[in-house]
Design a protein around this ligand. Structure first.
Ligand SMILES: CC(C)(COP(=O)(O)OP(=O)(O)OC[C@H]1O[C@@H](n2cnc3c(N)ncnc32)[C@H](O)[C@@H]1OP(=O)(O)O)[C@@H](O)C(=O)NCCC(=O)NCCS
Length: 289
């Protein structure tokens, strides 16, 4: 939605509200000379009213801890009675060569890598039996929200992705894609090619054995060989994956170039007041195919 004052556009808010109960606020901005006049607050409230009208029961906004407008944004959402910020995820960016070496040197991993009889890391090529094994993995509660190598076949970069096999049967995967140029990857990579690790899964029956880190080691080593030691490996994880967050903080944070916290603020329902009244709001929509 746009805010219009005296016929001129003075602010813009955008978000998504795609059928779910939660709408996501993506950005809110007011023209610099027009700030601190209540326009941001009115715009945010108008957006909340519109999101609620479209069926959203709750609203969320996610942002990096280093976002330049963070203080103003948090003050704004605080004024609109949104929650205080909570940690919602981590972005980790490191050099493939250094990450592979460090991961390969961890005791549990070096032991694991020396015993290739049981587990095997291999590029993503799926037989019919593999497809069935992937479906069985995805049916497990631990895979909630994951897409897996079949659904992501068109998205992933096979050279940097791996299937984890145990005695030949697929029990997990690490899936990666060429990184899009989002802020986080752009800042991290400084011109080096970047690979974004999208999803990692291992059947919980085989947890605590270093197998997943072994799979990352395999991918990072391949990435270093194919794209160079200084190519960038980026991944994202969030509190719905507590094991990955713990491994990230304990194991990857010390060897990564950058680790950035994603914060989230939330609110429930529509505001009681809608704020400044001398504004008009214009609605813009993007229709999805
Ligand atoms: C964040 C932004 C949209 C706020 O717009 P605004 O029109 O100035 O906000 P309002 O005048 O409605 O302010 C509402 C309340 O937010 C708080 N607030 C807004 N800007 C603030 C700032 N720079 N510092 C501290 N508090 C601020 C205040 O509590 C304010 O109420 P008050 O003025 O009565 O004390 C504006 O600063 C902006 O466009 N920033 C750049 C874009 C940006 O960083 N967006 C967020 C990430 S996408």
């Amino acid at each position: 939605m746009g805010a219009i004052a005296g016929g001129r556009p003075v602010g813009l808010v955008f978000g998504t509200c795609e059928g779910g109960a939660e709408a996501e606020l993506l950005s809110v901005a007011v023209a610099p000379p027009e700030r601190r006049r209540g326009i941001g607050l009115a715009l945010l409230r108008a957006w909340q009213v519109e999101a609620a009208r479209r069926g959203a029961a709750t609203m969320i906004a996610r942002y990096n801890e280093t976002t330049s407008g963070r203080a103003a944004f948090e003050a704004l959402t605080g004024r609109a009675a949104w929650s205080a910020p909570v940690e919602d995820g981590l972005i980790v960016a490191g050099r493939a060569g250094a990450m592979a070496e460090a991961a390969g040197a961890w005791r549990t991993i070096s032991d694991r890598l020396s015993r290739s009889d049981l587990y095997d890391y291999a590029s993503v090529e799926l037989s019919e039996a593999d497809v069935a094994a992937v479906e069985a993995c995805l049916a497990q509660p631990a895979a909630a929200g994951m897409m897996g190598p079949v659904a992501l076949a068109q998205t992933i970069a096979p050279a940097f992705s791996t299937l984890i096999r145990r005695q030949g049967a697929v029990v997990g995967w690490v899936l990666a894609a060429e990184a899009e140029s989002s802020d986080a990857t752009e800042q991290a990579k400084g011109g080096e090619p970047a690979i974004r690790y999208l999803e990692a899964f291992l059947d919980p029956a085989y947890w605590h054995s270093g197998v997943t880190i072994g799979a990352y080691h395999y991918c990072y080593a391949r990435q270093a060989a194919l794209l160079g030691r200084d190519s960038v490996a980026v991944y994202y994880t969030n509190p719905t994956r507590p094991r990955m967050v713990a491994i990230t903080r304990r194991r990857f944070a010390p060897i990564a170039d950058r680790i950035e916290t994603i914060l989230a603020v939330r609110c429930a329902g529509v505001p009681l007041r809608t704020g400044t009244t001398n504004l008009d709001f214009a609605h813009y929509e993007r229709k999805h195919p």
